[in-house]
Design a protein around this ligand. Structure first.
Ligand code: NOJ
Length: 756
């Protein structure tokens, strides 16, 4: 008996020693800190109020300083600038019983002070390195402004352009979305710069992958709406970018507002525990979206205490603004021991995040005077210009009306010619729109240019009333539409070419900005038609945050340049492309429908049993519109001409090696141009219906006129497997079609291979 006791004691000691040994320094530190903390203080770490300069949700936090004094705040968001942050951090450190530093978060979405194109635009650059550099730039500026955490990247796959938040993501493709998610996490967190603390490099910031999960699947494209989705679609089409961000080491994840198959994401343990933690191995911290726990009450999940319990038990750790954990956490844990366990675990993960950021050693991270020099620096503005140029997509260029030539008399017409506000788009963080460059700022010094407004950007008073309180800066020119158009026509008639800048004001896309009609509004369309009627070539430059329905507009112009909301240097970037200083090189990452009735429309759809056949009545089609989009995924023209040849596919070990030649023609445009080529697979024969096409690789490169280069792409074996309807990963040997082209609907190189 004695011996047995001895053996157990020795085992326990060994286990204790081993577990201490197995713990990382971070875990040891956090455990010893938590051993000294009261329950109230632990629950306090779970509280994330909004204080400061920006309002990004429907309700404001109150009494924050008072709560800080009691150690009831884990972090804040919407406060920045070194002065404001230092003041708050000092206050927190001084008053917190254990001097625990705060996290400082903010929506640094596409740049911080220097603003880059909206994420949908950056994705259209198909330039992962540039996207990473952009996130890097944003991180440096944000860190110099006292921040240590961004609520980005937003990686929600979206197939419905009515949803305003498509502007914040990378579009419809899971594979490209995954690569972009990785690039952004790397760009913000800078793993290559980290040493002692895994997120501690003072110019980096912690990233947050959002909105987990499936927020982009909202029914009818209406923000915050219900999501109902098969496991098959979830796994293959919507999960990959979140998973890629986790695998890239993202520090935090944000729950989404929507429900998923009847269970809100914020109290969904399948999503937050089974998938995120167990299956993907996420070891960071989970924050809710703005008051998302409180909103569980509207979802019908119970009263305040009940929803707090549900969210805690499901694994939602930090409560953004709602304060339901603060209100109910302590009484809940007294009755439900499992709630206590959840609070401990959430607090541990929040403190671990702070440890990884190095905040316990340097709560201010290294803010030096010199740091602020990076903000809006010449290098950052140059990067913003390059990023904007690469993001723009030339949708159409009839008769090569673009590039313009310097001898032409150019009439710049339209409400977007002079506006600076919309340049930086929605979620433009701490960006100062007054410092952004409008198209007119960039071209007014050109010879032979003239300007007319042509029409109001928004004509509808009710719409203006919705947008203006949120900073849209919209005003009405009181002249009649006819008078505005008349003035523009007069100007156009004197010019050789008309550049018409139309689109949306920035507030028409982004959060809570769903739309049911995606055409240009009546006066914009009327202006466009009046310009076409002058007989002058018309170049339409569009600024907007989503795919629009452009069938009518397309019929009234010769060229379309999709400029998105292009950021601080947007005007210069548009001007550089119009003048031919550089060729456009962006390609769409989201399909442009012909009309709203085609939505959802996306290139990687599955086939039906009755594929489209114009000669047959009983096939899958509309009577009143084609099945095909107006502009397909991957579409984007260049001023230069290219051809593709010599497709070779080879199996090398577990990989498929694909090579092909890209040639730039001698003729025509001779300026700098890059071209994107895209590689698609199609599983011909499988146990489940598979997409008609799946992007599996791409290349973007510059070629000189007359130059040919061989491009090599490698597709790893995982790329041709998929999750079946039971969520099991399967590899199905057999025939695959391989195609390479300039867009999903223009793939001149095609072959078949057998893969196992
Ligand atoms: C609500 C938005 O859904 C989310 O994307 C954002 O990060 C938070 N508000 C914080 O501003």
């Amino acid at each position: 008996m004695m011996k047995l006791h001895l053996r157990i004691a020795t085992c326990l000691a060994a286990w204790a020693a081993a577990s201490v040994y197995a713990q990382s320094p971070a875990e040891r530190f956090v455990d010893s800190l938590m051993a000294q903390m009261s329950w109230e203080e632990k629950i306090g770490q779970l509280n994330l109020p909004s204080v400061g300069f920006d309002v990004t949700g429907p309700m404001l936090s109150t009494g924050v300083e008072e709560k800080m004094k009691q150690g009831l705040v884990g972090g804040v968001f919407n406060t920045f600038t070194p002065v404001a942050v230092r003041k708050l951090q000092d206050f927190a450190l001084e008053h917190h019983p254990h001097h625990i530093p705060l996290l400082f978060g903010y929506d640094v979405i596409h740049g911080h002070r220097t603003i880059l194109p909206i994420p949908l635009g950056q994705a259209a650059s198909w330039n992962l390195h540039l996207i990473e550099l952009g996130a890097n730039m944003a991180a440096r500026e944000a860190a110099a402004d006292g921040l240590n955490w961004t609520f980005s990247p937003m990686v929600d796959i979206a197939r419905d352009p009515r949803w305003g938040r498509v502007s914040e993501g990378a579009g419809e493709d899971p594979w490209l979305g995954s690569r972009i998610a990785e690039a952004m996490v790397k760009g913000y967190q800078m793993p290559q710069m980290q040493s002692h603390y895994s997120l501690g490099y003072p110019q980096s910031i912690m990233a947050c992958v959002k909105h987990f999960a499936l927020y982009g699947g909202a029914e009818a494209g209406r923000d915050y709406n219900t999501v109902d989705m098969s496991p098959y679609r979830m796994e293959n089409d919507y999960f990959p970018p979140y998973k890629a961000a986790v695998q890239a080491g993202v520090g935090t994840a944000m729950t989404s507002f929507n429900d998923v198959n009847g269970m809100p994401a914020t109290c969904n343990s399948f999503l937050l525990k089974d998938v995120l933690r167990k299956e993907w191995g996420f070891d960071g911290m989970v924050v809710t979206d703005y008051t998302a726990i409180n909103e569980l009450m509207f979802h019908g999940m119970g009263n305040g205490a009940e929803v707090a319990k549900r969210a805690l038990l499901a694994g939602a750790e930090m409560d953004m603004v709602g304060e339901l954990y603060l209100t109910h956490g302590d009484s809940l844990r007294k009755v439900h021991p499992e709630v206590g366990v959840a609070i401990e675990s959430a607090c541990r993960n929040i403190l671990l995040a702070k440890f990884r950021l190095g905040l316990f050693e340097d709560p201010y991270r290294a803010w030096k005077e010199a740091d602020s020099e990076v903000i809006m620096s010449a290098e950052h503005k140059e990067l913003a210009k390059v990023s904007a140029m690469e993001s723009m997509v030339l949708l159409k260029n009839e008769n090569r009306v673009l590039p313009l030539n310097s001898a032409q008399k150019i009439a710049f017409i339209g409400p977007q010619v002079k506006r600076r506000r919309d340049m930086i788009g929605n979620w433009s963080g701490a960006g100062d729109w007054t410092q952004s460059r409008s198209l007119w700022d960039a071209v007014e010094s050109w010879d032979n240019v003239s300007y007319a407004l042509g029409c109001n950007l928004v004509q509808d008073a009710a719409m203006m009333d919705q947008l203006n309180p949120h900073g849209a800066q919209l005003s009405l020119d009181e002249r009649s539409s006819e008078a505005l158009i008349k003035e523009a026509v007069k100007l156009a008639k004197k010019a050789d070419v008309v550049v018409l800048a139309l689109g949306e004001p920035y507030g028409m896309s982004g959060e809570a900005a769903s739309r049911s009609s995606l055409t240009l509004h009546d006066q914009q369309q009327a202006l466009l038609e009046a310009m076409a009627a002058t007989g002058k070539p018309v170049v339409l430059v569009l600024m907007n945050g989503r795919p629009l329905c452009l069938s009518e507009a397309d019929g009234s112009c010769n060229a379309i340049l999709e400029a998105w909301f292009p950021g601080t240097m947007g005007g210069d970037a548009i001007a550089a492309l119009l003048s031919g200083e550089q060729s456009p090189s962006g390609h769409l990452t989201m399909t442009f429908p012909r009309n709203e009735g085609q939505i959802p429309i996306y290139y990687n759809h599955r086939n039906t049993g009755r594929p489209f056949d114009a000669q047959q009545k009983y096939t899958s089609k509309y009577l009143d519109v084609s099945n095909r989009p107006l502009y397909a995924f991957g579409h984007g023209l260049s001023y230069a001409d290219y051809s593709l040849s010599n497709l070779v596919c080879e199996r090398v070990g577990s990989e498929l090696h694909v090579s092909y030649d890209l040639t730039r023609s001698y003729e025509g445009y001779g300026g700098p141009a890059s071209q994107v080529t895209q590689l698609y697979l199609h599983d011909v024969n499988s146990n489940m219906t598979r997409p008609v096409l799946e992007l599996k690789g791409f290349d973007k490169r510059d070629l000189m006129p007359g130059q040919t280069q061989t491009i090599h792409l490698v597709v790893s074996r995982n790329e041709w497997g998929y999750f079946n309807s039971d969520r099991h990963w399967v590899m199905e040997p057999g025939e695959f079609e391989v195609s390479v082209g300039f867009s999903s609907d223009q793939r001149p190189l095609q072959t078949t291979v057998v893969l196992d």
